[in-house]
Design a protein around this ligand. Structure first.
Ligand code: ADP
Ligand code: MG
Length: 250
């Protein structure tokens, strides 16, 4: 579902991603861990076209991102075509960024009605189903300010799912939450994983990585230092940098 080949990204003279290679199969959950500033968010943002890569190639579901091939030449895509590619990818951030003046239901309906071409009736039915799925059937008419952080994050997950993405990216989705609210969000993500969604999850929740992840990637200083099955990477890290990081967080 995702293939990154020698993906590099710099901001000015700062190299943030250094020749990243990664594959995530359909239906798999890949977790990414690593110290602050190691390039985790930038990598997710590159997959979702929020940043443009400087070198390498990214494929999502077999489609080369950002380029169109004619003959044996590659051309950069037009913004409109990039937008269509981006719609296949859902993203959930640390901050939920819900519209404060819209209810939970209206937040989830926004994209399907504005860009997805659904009627209000269709979008309402879909939003109700999704909010029920994330455990918020009773709170659909509430505004973000009336919801806890964990509930807001579950609305954000439902909102991302409303466009029926092939791939979901999560960037530290529980890092801004009070500890007692983290579990419900992780449970929602676990159910999503069990439903077969392909997911890339940047997280500090090692329990989630161990239980739900099919693979675990450790990034440091723009490199993938090591990756493998979560139990292997967590239980038997091969590199000194991984060992040092894990000794601080486990
Ligand atoms: P992580 O998510 O692992 O904490 P980031 O991907 O956010 O790391 O950042 C990696 C590095 O890239 C950091 O040094 C950060 O300062 C830098 N960086 C991220 N975004 C930008 C940007 N838009 N402009 C300049 N530097 C950036
Ligand atoms: Mg980050």
């Amino acid at each position: 579902m995702v293939r990154a080949s020698q993906v590099s990204k710099s901001f000015g003279s700062i190299e943030v991603l250094r020749s990243i290679d990664l594959e995530v199969a359909k239906g798999e959950v890949a977790c990414i861990i690593g110290p602050s500033g190691s390039g985790k968010s930038t990598f997710l943002r590159c997959i979702n076209h929020l940043e443009q890569i400087n070198a390498g190639r990214l494929w999502v579901d077999g489609v080369l991102m950002g380029y169109r091939q004619r003959g044996d030449k590659l051309y950069e895509m037009k913004p409109k075509d990039i937008a269509a590619q981006r719609r296949q990818i859902g993203m959930v951030f640390q901050r939920f960024n819900l519209f404060p003046h819209k209810t939970a239901l209206e937040n989830v309906m926004e994209a399907p009605t504005q860009v997805g071409g659904l009627s209000r009736r269709e979008a309402t039915a879909k939003a109700e189903e999704l909010l029920d799925r994330v455990g918020l059937a009773e709170r659909m008419k509430m505004y973000p300010s009336q919801l806890s952080g964990g509930q807001q994050q579950r609305v954000a997950i439902a909102r991302a799912l409303a466009m029926e993405p092939k791939l979901m990216l999560f960037d530290e989705p529980t890092s801004a939450l009070d500890p007692e609210l983290v579990g419900d969000v992780l449970d929602t993500m676990k159910e999503l994983a069990q439903s077969g969604m392909t997911m890339i999850v940047v997280t500090h929740e090692m329990g989630f990585a161990r239980e739900v992840g099919d693979s675990l990637v450790f990034m440091d200083d723009g490199y993938i230092v090591e990756s493998g099955h979560p139990r292997e990477v967590l239980g038997n890290p091969q590199h000194a940098r991984t060992q040092a990081f894990l000794s601080k967080v486990l």
